[in-house]
Design a protein around this ligand. Structure first.
Ligand SMILES: C[S@@+](CC[C@H](N)C(=O)[O-])C[C@H]1O[C@@H](n2cnc3c(N)ncnc32)[C@H](O)[C@@H]1O
Length: 229
């Protein structure tokens, strides 16, 4: 369980070994403090513990809808919604065809490490360039973001910024970096690190190395429609 303050909100979030609140989530929450959620319709895409959606609901959102590919994340979000007395946040499995909403803001901390996707790796794996979930996010946003809506998400420099930005462009969005932080890479497990070094050679991954310590850069991205088709 993690207890912390985000803006003026005190949040208590249950975690499991698989589904956690990470440094990334806390960084995104810091930026979200600047947004006015009042009366907005929000989507938390890849809700995990539900931390981002709960935060948005507590900041006055009219309605928050969460989606996740992992059924365990939906169950965990529901528990956290109850613990935090949050009544206007509903999590659903992704692909729930009864949901036909459009959103003022879509917020997401996508799984974006460059590893092959597989069962049990949903929390962090973004496919070989780390952008599979980011592509899903843009596909979803192209259907569900309001005309003047805004999409906020994080992307690590260990994934391909160029490929994600090109995908966004092809979907009719601009891709603008509005925030950045650097954080140490703690887990160099073999398959993941091998892929990062491979992708770095083609410009599809970047990291910082100081005295043998590797760090990633995490970008906060804002995307809006360039123009409506
Ligand atoms: C890095 S976690 C972030 C969780 C939470 N939003 C947070 O900030 O702590 C990414 C979440 O996205 C979910 N996910 C992975 N691929 C997805 C996809 N294609 N569509 C929707 N959710 C996905 C994972 O199950 C996981 O819960």
């Amino acid at each position: 369980m993690k207890k912390f303050s985000a803006g003026l909100q005190e949040l208590t979030i249950l975690e499991t070994e698989k589904i956690r609140v990470t440094r990334y989530s806390e960084f995104l929450l810091l930026y979200l403090e600047n947004l006015n959620f009042s009366q907005q319709i929000i989507c938390d895409f890849g809700c995990g513990t539900g931390v981002l959606g709960i935060y948005a609901a507590k900041r006055g959102a009219q309605l928050v809808t969460g989606f996740d590919i992992d059924p365990d994340a939906i169950d965990l979000s529901k528990e956290n919604i109850e613990i935090n007395d949050c009544f206007n946040f509903q999590p659903h499995p992704i692909g729930n065809s009864v949901i036909d909403e459009t959103y003022d803001f879509i917020i997401s901390n996508p799984a974006s490490l460059p590893t092959v996707k597989a069962s049990g790796k949903e929390f962090f794996s973004g496919g070989i360039y780390g952008i599979d979930m980011i592509q899903d996010l843009f596909d979803f946003s192209a259907q569900h973001l309001k005309k003047d809506g805004r999409l906020f998400f994080l992307q690590t420099s260990l994934s391909s910024i160029n490929k994600a930005a090109n995908y966004a462009h092809d979907k009719g969005f601009n891709y603008k970096i509005i925030g950045v932080f650097q954080t140490e890479i703690r887990d160099h497990y073999q398959e993941f690190w091998h892929r990062v070094e491979h992708n770095q050679r083609t410009g599809d991954a970047h990291f910082v190395e100081i005295n043998g310590v590797h760090s990633e850069i995490v970008y906060l991205v804002e995307a809006k429609y360039r123009e409506r088709p």
